[in-house]
Design a binder for this molecule. Structure first.
Ligand SMILES: Cc1cc2nc3c(=O)[nH]c(=O)nc-3n(C[C@H](O)[C@H](O)[C@H](O)COP(=O)(O)OP(=O)(O)OC[C@H]3O[C@@H](n4cnc5c(N)ncnc54)[C@H](O)[C@@H]3O)c2cc1C
Length: 467
């Protein structure tokens, strides 16, 4: 008889949420974690970056106190205290996961898990953190081993902890660099660029693709570029990195842009060019697990094709987001328990917590056109929204995309203050397959920035009220 019903490997937002749901369903559950409970998200990703960004946002606001009729004697910051606050927040959430595991009677096994062929599902052999090893079995094993920063050693991008950083080093530096090059303009790269720029670093972002935040709708991407430039962030777009080399004083990033070579000198460089799945040294090849580049190939329930073995979250491929990991995990374990879980392919919003923030869900206008959806597009700028004007947060806009034939909402794209708190309204609408009529007939509270959601939906059909 197996030791457990379910063993989850990895305790990030994919793994620990899966373990809680498994326990709620009455399944005897264990979770194996080699480092910290909470995974990248709580310890080295989503949460500590948001703590830093909040410090940066407040510090930037101090620059505009006059707009509000306020003043302070002297603006300043204690960098160590800013970093310590972020670590304290991460530690609090890490302890929270430990509490939840205890509450739900999920056994936590500390160590590195490897798999071997077993009876119902692969056996889990854990090299225990305390020394020695323990073999455990379960009816179902769920891999939630996450991912790590992609680096290209051949280009000199190997992090050294001092001058060449990944997100890990960028979260715990000893001091704020005066100058910095960020390689990659995705959410992670832009969030660090935004934070360090807010505290006064000279930041240059290098992006290989034709525009920054390239997964976003082109209009939002352009507006974000302009907004970041206004705050003093410099860009080299499109530009490819040829070499990263340490120099006597810092680092030199050799790039090529528009056929011209250039060397960007800085104190440090952050490599933010994507991530690779944690698939190594776990015996996956021997079991016949299919891996596409560095991600485990799964079916519509997280199944890997190997009996009793599932994979969810970052290790199972994009989008590499915490809420996608949790959603897949809950779906997977409910399927294992014989329930009929909700759609694993529900719309997944994506957020970038820069200043201004960027958020989106569903198709961009260009994607909708490519799919022949004859999109009907509406926009509404925050500069004419009452709450935004009252708060002096008028930057940005909301853009919505409806299917021209059915009226279904198929995409929403937002840039502006706290739009990451608004995108969920559109996500809910898309999950419920709402059409323009439902969005237009919804009452939005006044005064809120969310009224721009309503106005953008009206605008798509020529019904906008406040322009
Ligand atoms: C700087 C940064 C900021 C981010 N910000 C956001 C954000 O704002 N919003 C968002 O949605 N996403 C964000 N992300 C992405 C988010 O962190 C990931 O999508 C999320 O953590 C994925 O969850 P997961 O459970 O799949 O994996 P992870 O969180 O990576 O957890 C995997 C866990 O598995 C453990 N593990 C791996 N192999 C083994 C093994 N063999 N044995 C035992 N344990 C093992 C690891 O130690 C790790 O703890 C950010 C990422 C970074 C780096």
């Amino acid at each position: 008889m197996a030791d457990f019903d379910v063993i989850v490997i990895g305790s990030g937002p994919g793994g620990y949420v899966t373990a809680i749901r498994a326990a709620q369903l009455g399944l005897k559950t264990a979770i194996v974690e080699r480092t910290e409970l909470g995974g990248i998200c709580l310890n080295w990703g989503c949460i500590p970056t948001k703590a830093l960004l909040k410090s940066g946002e407040i510090y930037e606001t101090l620059d505009h106190l006059k707009d509000y009729g306020l003043s302070v004697e002297k603006r300043g910051f204690d960098f160590t205290a800013v970093i310590q606050r972020s670590r304290k927040v991460a530690a609090q959430l890490n302890a929270g996961v430990a509490f939840l595991m205890k509450k739900h009677k999920v056994e936590v096994i500390e160590g590195f898990a490897r798999l071997e062929k077993g009876a119902e599902s692969p056996k889990v052999i854990v090299a225990l953190a305390a020394g020695g090893s323990r073999t455990v079995t379960a009816k179902s094993v769920i891999l939630a081993t996450g991912a790590r920063a992609r680096i290209v050693p051949a280009l000199g991008m190997e992090p050294d902890g001092e001058r060449i950083w990944t997100y890990r080093e960028a979260l715990v530096p000893k001091s704020a660099p005066k100058t910095m090059v960020v390689i990659g303009s995705g959410a992670i790269g832009m969030e660090f660029a935004s934070f360090y720029r807010a505290l006064g670093s000279e930041v240059t972002v290098v992006e290989m693709l034709p525009r920054i935040l390239a997964v976003e709708d082109e209009e939002v991407s352009k507006a974000a570029h302009k907004a970041f430039e206004k705050r003093g962030i410099k860009f080299r777009v499109p530009a490819s990195v040829k070499k990263v080399a340490k120099t006597a004083k810092g680092v030199s990033v050799e790039i090529e842009a528009g056929g011209k070579a250039e060397a960007l000198e800085a104190d440090v460089c952050i490599v933010a060019i994507g991530i690779v799945g944690n698939v190594e040294d776990m015996g996956l090849e021997a079991l016949g697990v299919k891996i596409d580049r560095t991600h485990i190939v799964t079916d519509d329930h997280g199944g890997t094709g190997v009996p009793g073995l599932y994979a969810i979250g970052d290790v199972a491929g994009p989008p590499w987001l915490a809420h996608k990991a949790s959603h897949e995990g809950v779906h997977c374990v409910e399927h294992i328990a014989g329930l009929k879980p909700t759609n694993i392919h529900s719309p997944i919003p994506g957020c970038t917590y820069t200043n201004p923030q960027v958020a989106s869900v569903g198709l961009t206008e260009a994607q909708a056109k490519e799919q022949g959806r004859e999109p009907k597009v509406g926009r509404f700028p925050f500069r004419v929204n009452g709450k935004a004007i009252a708060a002096s947060d008028t930057e940005g806009f909301i853009k919505v995309v409806f299917d021209g034939k059915t009226g279904a909402l198929i995409g929403a794209h937002l840039i502006g203050h706290e739009v990451t708190e608004m995108v969920q309204g559109f996500t809910l609408a898309m999950t419920l397959e709402a059409t323009e009529a439902e969005l237009q007939g919804t009452v939005f509270p006044h005064p809120t920035m969310s009224e721009a959601m309503h106005e953008a939906s009206l605008d798509a059909y020529g019904l906008v009220l406040h322009i």
